[in-house]
Design a protein around this ligand. Sequence first.
Ligand SMILES: [Fe+2]
Length: 256
Amino acid sequence: MAKLEIHQFPCLSDNYGVLIRDPEHGATAAIDAPDAKAVAAALADKGWRLTHILTTHHHGDHTAGNLPLKAETGCTILGPRAEAAKIPGLDTPLGDGDTFRFGAHEVRVLDTPGHTAGHISYWLPADKLAFVGDTLFAIGCGRVIEGNAQMMWRSLQKLMALPSETAVYCGHEYTQANAKFALTIEPDNEALQQRAKEVARLRAAGQPTLPTRMGEELATNPFLRPHVASIQKRLGLEGKPEWQIFGEIRERKNRS
Ligand SMILES: [Fe+2]
């Protein structure tokens, strides 16, 4: 099996587009389509022909390119079954536990609701890759817009269970602001302090901070660390259920 080629590019104000390609089969997928022109330009840069769009959720900054790209390329659009009516051009509705082949590569679908009610993530176990849309961000997580804290926490737990070496691609470059907030929740976390410095260095150099790795998130992302005693103490929620502590961190981020 040939290694997947991956091309990540910034688009809109702070979104990322990602293209993946199986060079043996010529299959090329866009993970979400924030902007048709930016995706088309990235395809032209690489000399790749689009065959699929893998949609994570219905928000416009993830789906605006669907119809124009489909008209241009005839690509097949896959996306969340629970949001089928809201995904422009959807051909293949998907839900938790579904698997499919992208070229020679197995893709598993995980329901990760909370940011939106039907949000899905794509996991490629053999490639050690996950595309998590707006569920998990580097040192952060998506706003809980259509779900509740308990639902989002369950979704994050599914992602936390992926192997720690999994490369995680997220929908937005929010890492520097996330790091600043994270340090208010867990100021004494040395791994977080180091990472915040590295993130600042990368951003100052105009470099992306993504993909991240699951292991790095487990060590530095406060939203994934409600079990940590010092965090519970800081929030005055010692011994409370993890989803509730997660919910409090999310509320504080919303107000920050
Ligand atoms: Fe979103």
